[in-house]
Design a protein around this ligand. Structure first.
Ligand code: ATP
Ligand code: MG
Length: 281
């Protein structure tokens, strides 16, 4: 079953997070059809279809190896699928077929309207430059040149992600893992992206650090009306952040729908197993 097949009113989710006057909240921001990328039988993702609406957080859950990261990479323009389409509704209202457009346009989207939070912050940060430079980079890619403005944005975003602004000139390697992850989030959000991809953003962090980061992410996604696609194998993270869920098993989406419904009343035997195994631990 695809997400478009379930009874769900996107307006409900959109209204919760968006100003009522937003003209685009009835149009999807991302429309995905039959997306397929396989490395071998049932290895990767196949025939994935869904629409993502403005302000929505979609969680992709499933066991290790089920294809979550492969799907996220194909969704976010990182590598071409072997079949299917990913279409993005631009701010102008025009649709852009991500894999039919030029590499230059894709890269431009990456630096501006889209963000990607890596599981390992070292992969998403430039470790050889200061925290402030990490935050300023995307603004510079958008044409900002004024040193004072870049610095002010750096200070503002450090405080948004609860890092002491006095650390602006420090290098990321002097930060703890949780701080690096928050810096990576600031680096992505500074350019006001409309769509954010995250692959296990709290994996590898201590439980107490995880909880604070999740609170922060929840606040930021709501405050900035972000559309988010979030990969996690942790159903507690999914429950806290996601409006809707897709459950993957062996490269296929086996169940999808509202997060609360899926977690409280899973229909597919595999989802039932996932949910019950979490409850027992
Ligand atoms: N570059 C690759 N070459 C060959 N096989 C790959 C490649 N990347 C992933 N795979 C295989 O595709 C399947 C799905 O992998 P993927 O990384 O998408 O899973 P995942 O759900 O993200 O798992 P995890 O929770 O462990 O991160 C796995 O069997 C994996 O071994
Ligand atoms: Mg993965």
């Amino acid at each position: 079953m695809t997400l478009s097949a379930i009874s769900f009113s996107p307006e409900t989710a959109a209204r919760q997070f968006l100003p009522v006057s937003d003209p685009d909240d009835s149009m999807p921001i991302l429309s995905v059809r039959d997306l397929t990328r396989l490395y071998g039988p049932e290895k990767g993702c196949q025939n994935v279809s869904f629409d993502l609406y403005p302000g929505e957080v979609l969680g992709i859950v499933g066991e290790s190896g089920s294809g979550k990261s492969t799907l996220l990479a194909a969704l976010s323009g990182r590598f071409a699928p072997s079949g299917g389409t990913v279409r993005y509704c631009q701010t102008s209202g025009e649709w852009l077929d991500i894999y039919a457009t030029s590499e230059a346009r894709r890269r431009q989207l990456f630096r501006t309207e889209w963000g990607f939070v890596e599981q390992n912050p070292r992969d998403g940060l430039r470790m050889g430059v200061s925290a402030g430079a990490n935050i300023g980079e995307r603004l510079m890619a958008q044409g900002a040149r004024h040193y004072g403005d870049l610095r002010a944005a750096g200070l503002q975003w450090l405080s948004h992600v609860e890092i002491d602004p006095a650390r602006l000139d420090d290098f990321p390697r002097a930060f703890s893992g949780g701080m690096q992850q928050r810096l990576q989030i600031a680096r992505n959000l500074v350019s006001s992206p409309r769509l954010l991809f995250m692959d296990e953003p709290t994996g590898g962090l201590d439980v107490s650090v995880q909880a604070r980061l999740l609170d922060l992410l929840r606040g930021l996604t709501r405050e900035f009306s972000l559309s988010v696609i979030l990969v996690t194998h942790d159903l507690a993270v999914a429950r806290l952040l996601a409006d809707r869920l897709m459950v993957m098993r062996r490269s296929r989406v086996v169940e999808s729908g509202l997060a609360d419904q899926i977690l409280d009343d899973p229909q597919h035997p595999y989802t039932q197993l996932l949910v019950s195994s979490i409850l027992q631990t």
